[in-house]
Design a binder for this molecule. Structure first.
Ligand code: C2E
Ligand code: CA
Ligand code: CA
Length: 685
């Protein structure tokens, strides 16, 4: 019974007598050594091997040779290069006289377990290697016994020699940067004392490298065991070197909040600071500082000098504000400063000091020059509660300072608010004005002082909006120039003038030359002559019917460009004139190269010339100059007979002004002037 039940077992079993001769084996054993019972029973191991030399030489001796009682693990190489692991158990039997009688062998295949085991060992080796590479340190802490262990990499990642066995936890805490230590200890304590909170924590801290420098280390840790009282008993932690990541992060953070040229905080950073420093009873001033004509420095001396100027400006402000307030760069040549405003007198004093410091002479490389600031000031909490509002208000005040002559400061007032609100409303309405056909042209006649007859007219744009009513071009043209809409509007004026001329021609009334105003943006475009020629062509209008007005300021901005464009117009047969003459900075050398036909003497001189001899002299000089250059002159803004007579005496050619007529709609202009052509004025000699 015993034998037949052993026969059914899948694990090999064999029995040898006291002389090592096989007396029994089961089929699993036969299979293992690839022999049948008759070839096994009655032989010992050596005999079997010598009789069957082709047999795998390994199996038999390794598995069956052992005679001692006990369990061993053996491994054997099988044919075809495989390896099998066996757990071999040997039991000895003894006869009644306690004499060794036989040995029973039993081999259990454990290859699958062995393979798992070796995989685990491999994995552990790999993990350890990986830990070394990634600079990851692992530690475990038995809290109650205060026993603390760490992997070698824990120490080596910061250059220390690894500690075998129990390590000194307190000594490790000493390596934390003093500024971070508090936070770290607090974090650990919060875990140790809390029963309800999370059972993990993470923190970042600077930890001392063996070379003495601190490196950023990230730590994550978890409680792995609690005691009977639910208190943490064991913790496992991991730490990684995040120094490079942290430094890159810090760098990005810095760049996001600073201006890279001056190293000053930017507006976003100042916004943060502002909200940190405001308290219920604080008073703070926000100064918006813009450099006057900074562009000139960049354009004439180059960007390198421009940058150095900005650096010097930043330094001067930093030195003055010191630790009283905060300086930030908004961008370009714009800066923002926060100053305490408890004492208004002091604030004004400080603002003046900043203005004076910035207007002092700059010595950069070999260049010496001056630049002035325009400063707008808004007050917290009087003008506004939040940074953005105060910023916009200070900006509005700065614009005001600029428009009232630059190199000055202005405090924000409600009135400025109204101005900028209106600008916003107009800007929005302007957007649709062309499409809604809200523009029209009025014509103001120009009269010759010699013949007393009409010689032309100036086309002046008019805007009527349903909600806003009539808006003066003096108000909306600058807005359109700022927003760029002036290009489309300017082209509409040219087209409308051409269309009107064509209509008059078709109606059989002889038109006069119409002068159209050009804006800076239009004049800057190189294709302006082509656009104008195209429009004239479209309506079949001879070039002599069009005159183009260019203000002196625009003409002198880039004189070379002006000459090129004016020459193109000359070739097209279109006359040009210089508007508002006397208010700009024409140099004689350029003026004589401008192929213009007429100078329009600015209204301001005409207005005052009857009372102000200075203006009288200026007008006289302009007329002489024009005569020398072969240009004609027209006096703008002539309102009275007295002005007319004086102008006539000095030798001006033509006049334009309310004395003759205000600008009037096309129909009225046609009936009153084009169809009559009578003598309009008589002048006293
Ligand atoms: P501007 O080119 O100097 O035009 C002359 C301005 O003086 C006109 O004002 C005109 O109405 C006004 N004026 C004429 N005679 C007299 C007078 O005897 N006394 C007084 N006090 N004023 C007189 P307006 O029409 O309000 O235009 C203002 C400015 O708007 C123009 O100054 C011009 O710079 C601009 N503008 C007008 N129409 C256009 C246009 O179609 N395109 C462009 N780019 N600018 C335009
Ligand atoms: Ca004009
Ligand atoms: Ca003018």
């Amino acid at each position: 019974q015993l034998t037949s039940s052993l026969d059914t077992l899948s694990d090999p079993i064999w029995i040898k007598d006291k002389d090592q001769v096989y007396v029994y084996c089961n089929p699993a054993f036969e299979k293992l050594i690839s022999l049948s019972k008759p070839e096994i029973i009655g032989y010992n191991d050596e005999e079997i091997q010598s009789l069957h030399v082709q047999l795998n030489q390994q199996i038999i001796p390794t598995i069956t040779a052992n005679q001692e009682t006990g369990t061993t693990e053996e491994y054997v190489s099988l044919p075809y290069g495989n390896v099998d692991y066996f757990q071999v158990s040997i039991a000895r039997t003894y006869d009644m006289n306690d004499q060794f009688f036989s040995s029973v062998g039993y081999a259990q295949k454990i290859t699958p377990f062995k393979e798992r085991e070796s995989e685990l060992v491999d994995a552990e080796i790999r993990v350890n290697e990986a830990l070394k590479l990634t600079k990851v340190g692992i530690w475990e802490w038995d809290i109650n016994k205060d026993i603390w262990f760490a992997t070698p990499s824990y120490f080596t990642m910061l250059g220390y020699a690894p500690v075998e066995g129990m390590a000194d936890r307190k000594a490790e805490l000493e390596k934390i940067h003093p500024e971070d230590r508090h936070h770290v200890l607090d974090t650990i304590n919060s875990i140790l004392t809390s029963k309800t909170g999370p059972n993990y924590y993470k923190y970042q801290a600077r930890i001392k490298h063996v070379d003495g420098n601190y490196r950023w280390i990230g730590v994550r840790c978890i409680v792995t065991e609690f005691d009977q009282e639910d208190k943490p008993a064991r913790m496992l932690g991991v730490r990684i070197d995040i120094d490079e990541i942290q430094k890159a992060h810090d760098q990005v953070e810095w760049l996001a909040h600073h201006d890279s040229l001056t190293k000053l905080p930017n507006r976003a950073a100042l916004n943060k600071t502002f909200h940190q420093i405001i308290k219920p009873n604080t008073k703070i001033a926000l100064l918006f500082i813009d450099l006057d004509h900074f562009k000139n420095v960049n354009d004439t001396l180059g960007h390198t000098i421009g940058d150095q100027l900005l650096l010097t400006v930043a330094d001067r402000m930093r030195a003055l504000v010191d630790n009283l307030g905060y300086v930030a760069r908004q961008g370009g040549d714009e800066f923002i400063i926060l100053l305490p405003a408890e004492n208004e007198e002091y604030l004004i004093e400080k603002t003046c000091a900043i203005k004076d410091a910035l207007s002092a002479r700059y010595n950069i490389d070999d260049h010496q020059f001056f630049i002035t600031p325009s400063i707008g000031v808004s007050l917290y909490p009087r003008n506004g509660e939040d940074f953005d509002t105060l910023y916009l208000q200070a900006d509005a005040a700065m614009y005001h300072a600029k428009h009232s002559g630059r190199n000055r400061y202005a405090f924000f007032t409600e009135e400025m608010q109204a101005i900028s609100t209106r600008a916003l409303t107009l800007g929005n309405a302007l957007h649709d004005a062309l499409e809604r056909k809200e523009f029209s042209l009025h014509y103001q006649p120009q009269v010759s002082l010699i013949t007393g007859k009409i010689i032309g007219a100036e086309a002046l744009i008019r805007w009527h909006n349903q909600e806003l009513g009539h808006i003066s071009p003096a108000e909306f043209i600058p807005l359109a120039e700022e927003s760029g809409q002036i290009l489309a509007i300017g082209e509409w004026v040219l087209r409308e003038t051409a269309r009107q001329l064509k209509q008059w021609l078709d109606e059989g009334v002889a038109p006069v030359r119409i002068a159209v105003n050009l804006s800076y943006a239009q004049f800057q475009a190189d294709d302006l002559p082509a656009i104008v020629a195209g429009i004239l062509n479209e309506y079949a209008i001879p070039a002599e019917y069009l005159e183009l007005e260019l203000t002196e300021r625009i003409a002198t901005k880039d004189p070379e460009h002006t000459i090129t464009i004016l020459e193109s117009f000359q070739q097209l047969g279109i006359r040009t004139s210089i508007d508002d003459f006397g208010t700009g900075y024409s140099s004689l050398s350029y003026l004589q190269k401008f192929p213009v036909y007429k100078l329009k003497i600015d209204q301001s001189f005409i207005r005052n010339m009857t009372t102000n001899t200075n203006d009288q002299v200026i007008v006289g000089t302009i007329i002489l100059l024009a005569q020398q250059l072969g240009m004609t002159t027209i006096a703008e803004g002539v309102e009275t007979k007295a002005q007319l007579d004086m102008i006539n005496n000095i030798g001006c050619d033509d006049i334009q002004g309310y004395y003759i007529s205000r600008p009037i709609p096309a129909d009225e202009f046609k009936t009153s002037y084009l169809e009559k052509k009578q003598r309009l004025i008589t002048v006293d000699d």
